[in-house]
Design a protein around this ligand. Structure first.
Ligand code: PEP
Ligand code: MN
Length: 382
């Protein structure tokens, strides 16, 4: 086996599959699996177990992976169970896993992200939180204001989201603002109002967490932790939400490539949190007619590369309320597993992002349009 790129620099890359390395893709390694080679190789491995394999045999492999100082991730799909070994890259001597009872195959994963890749898990992941569902043919709609402002505002918004068929409420309590002089959010007071709105409506609550030290507080009130675009590469924060026990909505950084974004998701998955949703919210380009440029080809592209649900944010993606419903409909048509849309009882009076927020009637109309498209695609709302 030859590692394509076993440079010193690559040896330092943390958190990647400290696993095998191979010379060619799609090669089965029934023999010669005596060493784990280091390096940021593009070829890594997963252990694929026989169908209907006994738990005991899965445990055998898992235990051995752990003895080698690596993390074992067991992914149980409908068709197969696979075990991925994740850890710091270094020389680790192992015996061949292929000789273990119950092992069908040891396969390379070509993508630099592992846990997130379709190669590892061919079936689409569905994230379920309370009434909210996204992925595997179900579209989850998250609606609500940019920021939580008052009890009346958030409870009214929650009721309108529910009436229109949404299943989750958004609302920022900790706001990342470009200017330090702009409204920074109601913080814990805002979180309490979100919890109250959940109590009144049953909707799942999605809200942003901006720093590692706030994770326990936000996780106490929220069902889904949103990682904002500005924090997509805050790796300590990603690890913290990975350990939070809450589902995560990972927004794309405005200048992040898809690979960087999937590797950010990998940080969360690598902590043992499988409930990660990717959110396309637009990227920075030379174009100025919209706040960001919303690339919808991201949706089908991601579906090829990852099993994780893909949510689209047409509010930040366009920055104009008059473009939101069209882009929401286009997102559903492109195969989005969910939408996150800003809406407000009175957008002109919103304390943040009013210019891209829908009023309740516009939100309902957007949902009606998306419903028609979802139906044509054989999808349901969850
Ligand atoms: C938001 O959802 O209000 C927000 C700040 O989004 P982003 O991180 O995508 O800018
Ligand atoms: Mn906003």
């Amino acid at each position: 086996m030859v590692c394509e790129n076993p440079s010193k620099e690559n040896l330092k890359t943390p958190g990647s599959l400290g696993f095998f390395c191979c010379a060619r893709p799609n090669v089965s390694f029934r023999s010669n699996l005596s060493y784990l080679l280091p390096g940021k190789c593009t070829h890594r491995m997963i252990v694929v177990m026989d169908q209907n394999v006994a738990d005991e045999l899965i445990d055998n492999v898992t235990k051995r992976v752990q003895e080698l100082g690596l993390k074992a991730h067991v992914i149980r799909g409908t068709e197969r169970t696979v075990i991925a070994a994740v850890g710091d890259e270094r020389m680790v001597k192992v015996e061949s896993f292929e000789s273990f009872p119950g092992v069908a195959e040891v396969m390379p994963i070509l993508a630099p992200y592992k846990m997130a890749s379709r190669e590892l898990k061919p079936e689409s992941t569905q994230v379920k939180v309370g009434p909210f569902r996204a992925g595997a043919g179900v579209i989850g709609v998250i609606g609500g204001p940019c920021s939580v402002e008052s009890e009346e505002q958030i409870v009214q918004s929650a009721k309108a989201v529910k009436a229109a068929g949404g299943t989750a409420l958004r609302g920022g309590a900790f706001k990342p603002r470009t200017s330090p002089y702009s409204f920074q959010g109601m913080k814990e007071e805002g979180l309490k109002l979100l919890a109250l709105a959940r109590q009144e409506t049953g909707l799942a609550v999605v809200t942003e967490v901006m720093s590692t030290e706030d994770v326990p507080l936000v996780a106490k009130y929220a069902d889904v932790l949103q990682i904002g675009a500005r924090n997509m590469q805050n790796y300590r924060l990603l690890e913290a939400v990975g350990r939070s026990g809450r589902a995560v909505l990972l927004k794309r950084g405005p200048s992040a490539s898809i690979e960087e974004w999937l590797l950010a998701a990998e940080y969360i998955l690598n902590e043992g949190n499988p409930d990660v949703m990717l959110c396309e919210r637009g990227i920075r380009t030379f174009e100025t007619h919209t706040r960001f440029t919303l690339p919808l080809a991201t949706v089908p592209y991601l579906h090829r590369k990852t099993h994780l649900p893909v949510i689209v944010d047409p509010s930040h993606g366009t920055g104009h309320s008059y473009l939101v419903a069209d882009m929401a409909a286009a997102s559903v048509a492109a195969g989005a597993d969910g939408l996150i849309v800003e809406m407000h009882p009175n957008p002109e009076k919103a304390m943040s992002d009013g210019y891209q927020s829908l009023d309740f009637k516009q939100f309902q109309e957007m949902m009606n349009r998306c419903n028609v498209i979802a139906k044509a695609l054989g999808k349901t709302f969850g």
